[in-house]
Design a protein around this ligand. Structure first.
Ligand code: 13P
Length: 287
């Protein structure tokens, strides 16, 4: 069931668990995440970066595929189709294309410009009945060409953006996209705590979910994180399972080269990873 992310995140915040956002790249990815959410009776957010949207030939294709797949598979759990790290233009395109949620990432603008653009997009999103995520303090690392230095968010700026009426807020707390370097300092819980104190009931978003130790994830949820984004870990699982299949020569046995067979181990690996994360985040059975 395609819905805005607002209700599922408000429930997660009140219930002290988090909803996973899993980024999708193609049909297999989408199917794997939808089927796992249904099996786990969990709400879920499908994340689409602008790069992945382009890869799938455009946001309209993505929206049509997700809507049809949701229906054809008979998915009854709440599913939000969400733009990840959207530009101002990309956000508008996704609203038109039929996404049910957007993230406008204005973190690289000065705070006044971030506030101005976010304000405009909050109105547009809400007029169209969809949810919107904003960002303060950039997430470190690189994702689809979007590079952030990983600065921690200022809690007063977070309050200012939360007060614009956004439905969820991403705030940098030392998290980065991709695999964490060995000398990573860890999540800055004092920063998260200060943000949570100032923003109250606002569901907070933790980007860069890949490789954050389980105890840190649990502590972050205790401190108000209600949405956790995972991308790289699914990619690594897919790649490892596909490599194993090919290295075992299975693509050369019988009809093992059939794309439906070739992509099956990777798809199963994504399912297992998504299930593991839903259990960790506490969203199983919360649909
Ligand atoms: P990872 O790729 O580090 O899991 O980050 C995902 C993310 O935050 C998407 O916005």
């Amino acid at each position: 069931m395609l819905v805005s992310a607002k209700e599922m995140l408000d429930k997660a915040k009140a219930g002290h668990y988090a909803v996973g956002q899993f980024n999708i790249n193609n049909l297999e990815w989408t199917k794997a995440v939808l089927l796992t959410a249904q099996e786990c009776n969990s709400p879920v957010i499908l994340g689409v970066s602008e790069g992945a949207g382009k890869y799938m030939t455009g946001f309209k294709t993505v929206a049509a595929m997700v809507k049809a797949m949701d229906e054809e598979l008979g998915i009854t759990v709440p599913v939000a189709l969400h733009l990840d790290h959207g530009t101002y233009e990309g956000s508008k395109k996704c609203i038109e294309a039929g996404f049910t949620s957007i993230m406008f990432d204005g973190s690289h603008y000065a705070i006044d410009e971030n506030v101005e653009k976010t304000t405009e997009l909050v109105k547009l999103a809400h007029d169209n009945g969809i949810s919107i995520e904003a960002e303060v303090g950039s997430i470190g690392g690189e994702e689809d060409g979007v590079v952030g230095m990983g600065e921690c968010a200022d809690s007063d700026e977070c309050k200012r953006v939360a007060d614009l009426g956004v439905d969820m807020l991403a705030a940098g707390i030392g998290n980065i996209h991709g695999v964490y370097p060995e000398n990573w300092a860890g999540l800055q819980f004092d920063v998260l705590d200060a943000i949570q104190q100032k923003t109250g009931a606002m569901p907070l978003v933790l980007h860069g979910g890949t490789g954050i130790p389980d105890d840190m994830i649990k502590k972050a949820i205790d401190l108000g994180v209600s949405k956790i984004n995972v991308n790289t870990e699914c990619q690594l699982s897919f790649a490892a399972a596909t490599r194993e299949y090919i290295e075992a020569g299975k693509d050369q046995q019988g009809k093992g080269f059939d794309p439906r067979k070739l992509l099956a181990p990777g798809t199963e690996a994504i399912k297992a990873k998504v299930k593991e994360k839903m259990e960790l985040f506490g969203s199983v059975g919360k649909a």
